[in-house]
Design a protein around this ligand. Structure first.
Ligand code: FES
Ligand code: FES
Length: 165
């Protein structure tokens, strides 16, 4: 049994201690926005926040989650896709197949919380998530937009305190 605080709610999940956090989130809690890609901490599809830091949930056993740890998934960013990063992603039409994108967004939100005005180099170094569709140039543009460096389509994606989750 593990107790997990996810998106502000506490869940008691009946899992073995070595169960990856990803499976607890998806299979037991039912939040399926977080995706399985490689299972070995390489692709970033499973990215969530653990106490504000982006982590790869496929490689974190639930037994390592401490009482009081706060987990945020893509569903916890906003109820209506109104987080500035989500708005920028929509305005620039970043996703292609979409599979990697929740992980990309979680990585971008974590980056902007630390570096509100990241350079291309900052983005490339911080966001190592893999996109098989090759949307990297649009991801970079959307991060800049969310940072308030650019506006596209009249959408106000100026960062607010919601950037920090
Ligand atoms: S599924 Fe976790 S990093 Fe690929
Ligand atoms: S949008 Fe298809 S893998 Fe990234």
């Amino acid at each position: 049994m593990a107790q997990l605080n996810i998106n502000g709610r506490t869940y008691n999940v009946d899992v073995e201690p070595d169960t990856p956090l990803l499976w607890a989130i998806r299979e037991h809690v039912g939040l399926t926005g977080t995706k399985y890609g490689c299972g070995v901490a390489q692709c970033g599809a499973c990215s969530v926040h653990l106490n504000g830091e982006v982590v790869r949930s496929c490689s974190i056993p639930v037994s390592t989650i401490k009482a009081g740890d706060k987990i945020t998934t893509i569903e916890g960013l906003s109820r209506d896709s109104s987080h500035p990063v989500q708005k920028a992603w929509a305005a620039i039409d970043v996703p292609q197949c979409g599979y990697c994108q929740s992980g990309q967004i979680m990585a971008a939100v974590a980056l902007l919380a630390k570096k509100p005005k990241p350079t291309d180099k900052d983005i490339d170094e911080a966001m190592t998530n893999i996109c098989r569709c090759g949307t990297y140039h649009r991801i970079r543009a959307a991060v800049h937009m969310a940072a308030g460096n650019t506006k596209v389509g009249g959408v106000d994606a100026t960062p607010s305190d919601k950037t920090t989750v």
